[in-house]
Design a protein around this ligand. Structure first.
Ligand SMILES: [Zn+2]
Length: 362
């Protein structure tokens, strides 16, 4: 290549770079505009203020005449920005430290006694105290084990790991290093980096062999856990992404829609969260939409946390039931239930009632 053409090529690269930078700046300004708009809207009632402008739906309005889908109206929902570290979709791994620590926990043994459940047990021990789990996870877990019993007549499941305090995780980590003589562990996460600390995960073992591998009749759990909102968190074949060896006994609660999608698409939690953040950003107008095998349709998208203020404003479709979960990465995932109308009456009591009708209290 001649010097001249080399120079002109460099110039053209420079020009492209500059153009790209200009594009970036415009994008940043536009993004900043959105955040500022969010701040203005924060404490205002929708439709009641002269400052109010609908959040970023102008593109949809324009295209609404072309495609036949009815226009979705978004309204603002405020959450505490610090809740980006809370919720059933938080990603906890060697890169994402677990911050929270104010989980609402229940004792599995006490819950079993209270509900008269005898199909499974939990190991309470002197070091770690009672085996605890986030209260939202107990019912789906119990329900899954009950249905497993119905399918197989086996009632020998033991929960031998669930919530762990940071101190207990540290002890397990040190014990593992002592046992293997290695400098780090692929079996036990460092304190602060185990999702057991979130109370959203639990480990199975079986009586009397204490060796749960998810094979034989127990493959039922691997195949069906998504129906209850669980994933096998460290699946075989994803070790290079999760950085944890295959653990068929370790279940993680993520909620039904997400467990369904991850299972059907063979995605581990790292891949799923990454996909939503990259492809289904709220403003991108491309949201993840799918219908599960029970006929429920969902719309899922990501909203960046507003780390500059205490409150993050999240756009949600008007009149629809929705859930917001932190990701522990840098924002929130919104899950909208597209078929049903907004329901604020889904309380624990109604869930318990359903359970009793199912004959769960065996
Ligand atoms: Zn585990």
């Amino acid at each position: 290549m001649s010097k001249q053409s080399q120079a002109s090529k460099e110039k053209s690269i420079q020009r492209t770079k500059t153009l790209f930078e200009v594009f970036l700046i415009v994008a940043v300004i536009a993004g900043g505009g959105y955040i500022i708009k969010g701040i203005n809207q924060r404490s205002e009632t929708v439709g009641n203020s002269t400052h109010y402008a609908p959040p970023e739906i102008s593109d949809e309005e324009e295209s609404a005449t072309e495609d036949e889908t009815p226009k979705v109206i978004y309204e603002n929902h405020n959450v505490m920005t610090k809740d980006e570290f809370h919720g059933n979709l938080i990603l906890v791994n060697e890169n994402y430290h677990y911050y929270s620590g104010d989980e609402k926990l229940v004792s599995i043994t006490e819950m079993n006694e209270q509900k008269g459940r005898t199909l499974f047990s939990a190991v309470d021990d002197e070091t770690n105290g009672k085996m605890m789990i986030v209260d939202e996870v107990y019912e789906p877990m119990a329900s899954m084990i009950f249905d497993f019993y119905e399918a197989t007549q086996l009632s020998n499941i033991i929960i031998y790991g669930a919530y762990r305090s940071k101190e207990f995780q540290q002890k397990l980590y040190e014990d593992d290093l002592a046992q293997t003589g290695r400098e780090d562990s692929t079996r036990v996460a460092k304190a602060g980096y185990s999702e057991h600390e979130s109370g959203l995960a639990f480990d199975f073992t079986t009586y009397p062999d204490y060796d749960y591998q998810g094979t034989g009749e127990y493959a039922w759990f691997t195949q069906n856990c998504y129906r209850y909102g669980f994933i096998i968190r460290y699946p075989e074949g994803k070790e290079s992404i999760t950085k944890i060896q295959s653990e068929p006994w370790h279940f993680r609660y993520v909620g039904k829609p997400h467990a369904y999608y991850m299972t059907k698409k063979n995605l581990c939690l790292e891949e799923y969260i990454d996909m939503i953040i990259k492809n289904y950003y709220y403003q991108s107008d491309s949201h993840l939409k799918f219908t599960d095998d029970e006929g429920q349709s969902y719309e899922i998208y990501f909203v960046l946390a507003d780390d500059l203020t205490e409150i993050t404003t999240i756009p949600v479709p008007s009149g629809k039931k929705f859930e917001v979960s932190g990701t522990n990465v840098n924002g929130f995932i919104v899950t909208v239930y597209m078929d049903g109308e907004k329901s604020e009456t889904t309380t624990e009591e109604t869930i318990d009632e359903d359970r009793d009708n199912d004959g769960q209290t065996v």
